[in-house]
Design a binder for this molecule. Structure first.
Ligand code: VGL
Ligand code: ZN
Length: 210
């Protein structure tokens, strides 16, 4: 596979303390990808990072509904998994992992800051209608191909990849530079959904093979 510096953008999804071991919504081995992400940001000419950025008492938090984490509830836009409180604006948990080289980010997209709407995707909030502005940004800059890595593969990375395709970009998920939550088979389901939608799943080594 050959990368093109003018049309290809790396999307680094939610590599934040709360998604790493010790964090509020820790993804198993989430921190293990950090050196690999740093390697990718040096190989790609352009990178956009996302940051899950919730208000206190956010509608996606179980505590807000006096329910248990990982229960499902119904919000105005449909079913919503309820999460432990995580990535609250301005907290340490919401910061990027300290070893992540975020200096290479040309744009940081914050998402999930509307108190009543969750936002897994870097492109649309979970109502599937409210835009983050990322499509317009990528188009304005002439990018056509997105390459995704980060946390979590079966939630924010998946939703971002599906929306990238829906918005007319190609999407390639760099699987070994992701980790999954894997809630009730969500990882296998995510792989299937992405493949069906035309998202490519690759290993990082194949990107740079001669
Ligand atoms: C995420 C659940 C809730 C993610 C964010 O980054 O995958 N998952 N908020
Ligand atoms: Zn979240």
């Amino acid at each position: 596979m050959k990368l093109d510096d003018t049309t290809d953008a790396l999307l680094v999804i939610d590599v934040q303390n709360d998604f790493c071991p010790g964090g509020a919504l820790a993804v198993p081995d989430g921190d293990r990808i950090v050196p690999l992400v740093n390697g990718l940001t040096r190989r790609f000419a352009h990178a956009v990072f996302t940051q899950d950025w919730h208000t206190p008492g956010h509608a996606s938090f179980a505590t807000t509904h006096r329910k248990s984490p990982y229960d499902t509830t119904s919000l105005a836009y449909g079913p919503q998994v309820l999460w432990p409180d995580h990535c609250v604006q301005g907290t340490r948990g919401a910061e990027f992992h300290p070893a992540l080289d975020a200096a290479r980010a040309e744009l940081v997209v914050r998402k999930g800051f509307r108190p009543g709407i969750d936002s897994y995707s870097a492109f649309f909030e979970n109502d599937q209608a409210t835009r983050t502005g990322l499509s317009g940004y990528l188009r304005d800059r002439g990018f056509r191909h997105t390459y995704l890595c980060g946390l979590a593969l079966d939630f924010c990375v998946k939703w971002s990849a599906l929306d990238a395709v829906r918005e007319g970009f190609t999407a390639t998920v760099i699987e070994d530079v992701c980790r999954a939550i894997d809630l009730n088979g969500s990882l296998a389901a995510a792989r299937k959904e992405m493949t069906t939608a035309g998202v490519a799943l690759v290993q990082s080594a194949s990107l740079f093979a001669a």
